[in-house]
Design a protein around this ligand. Structure first.
Ligand code: CP
Length: 306
């Protein structure tokens, strides 16, 4: 595929191929291997209409490791502020010979919209509450790396599921790869309709923890929520926060994951975020190899860019 707009339409074999390619790339960027020439001569535009630390920087680093040229662009300093449309903006970037556009946007479907209209590869770096495919790929990569497999693993995704693109992409990836998924959170943020996707839904975190191999804690996305969906922070932490007391219910080998940014003391106790079972920074590190794999597999084989 020239683009990566989501995981919903990928097969298990395609997802596994990305993870295997990422494994092969994981050494690049170490002191021994600085760079590979895979995308030499190609230009990637990192176009972030929403804020980002991890995704933006790791895409930039990934492109550098593959020897591509990189341009970073934010909405606030672009001519979007003068009323230029997203499509016109992207067509202009392509006219400047951009081969890859990495897009983060607040509207669901923004990446697909551009992918269908451009010859350049379009990579979704998060579109509204829809999908964040590279986050889910780096999450599944980390689970596979730490636990040796995905099939049969029980993953509890906890928190704000309704507004979470990370949750949606994780659900697609994990189910395709044979994991069991339980969604946990307040009924307003984790409605039973999600069960149609093939996951379990519960509002009782304590009952899930002893059986989970992985707990993936999501940030409460104040920027996407209307107040009526959300309990007070204190109420949320008392019911759904991973406190030290609650963590005692976990299996000793269970992984603690979080896509970041963390609200310390809200969805996770600060010490737990830094404890030996936490793989939160491993996820970030793995994001580099996963994004190298995605750029390589999409742009490296894009027939429209020769
Ligand atoms: N997990 C994630 O997407 O983080 P950023 O918003 O910092 O990129």
């Amino acid at each position: 595929h020239k683009d990566l707009v989501g995981l919903e339409d990928l097969t298990a074999a395609e997802i596994t191929h990305v993870l295997d390619t990422a494994s092969a790339f994981k050494d690049v960027g170490t002191r021994e291997i600085k760079k590979v020439p895979a995308l030499r001569g190609q230009t990637m535009v990192n176009f972030f209409v929403e804020a980002s630390t991890r995704t933006r920087v790791s895409f930039e680093l990934a492109a550098h490791r593959l020897s591509a040229d990189v341009i970073n662009m934010t909405a606030s300093t672009s001519s979007l502020t003068k009323g230029e449309t997203l499509k016109d903006t992207a067509l202009n970037l392509q006219a400047l010979h951009a081969d890859i556009i990495v897009l983060r946007h607040s509207s669901a479907g923004a990446s697909k919209f551009l992918a269908e209209r451009l010859d350049a590869s379009v990579i979704n770096a998060g579109d509204g509450a829809h999908e964040h495919p590279t986050q889910a790929l780096l999450d599944t990569f980390t689970i596979r790396e730490k636990l040796g497999r995905i099939e049969g693993i029980h993953v509890a995704i906890i928190g704000d599921i309704l507004f979470s693109r990370v949750a949606r992409s994780n659900i697609h990836a994990l189910l395709k790869l044979g994991a069991r998924v339980t969604l946990v959170g307040p009924s307003t943020l984790v409605p039973h309709e999600f069960e149609q996707m093939g996951v379990k839904v519960t509002h009782d975190l304590d009952s899930v923890l002893p059986d989970a191999d992985v707990v993936n804690l999501l940030r409460i996305q104040h920027e996407r929520q209307r107040k009526e969906y959300f309990p007070s922070l204190g109420e949320y932490t008392s019911l759904f926060g991973l406190t030290k007391q609650r963590a005692e219910r976990l299996k000793p080998e269970a992984l603690i994951m979080h896509p970041g940014p963390i609200n310390r003391g809200v969805e996770i106790d600060s010490e737990l975020a830094d404890c030996s079972r936490s793989v939160i920074l491993d996820q970030v590190t793995n994001g580099l190899a996963v994004r190298m794999a995605v750029l390589y597999l999409c742009a490296g084989t894009n027939p429209k860019r020769g």
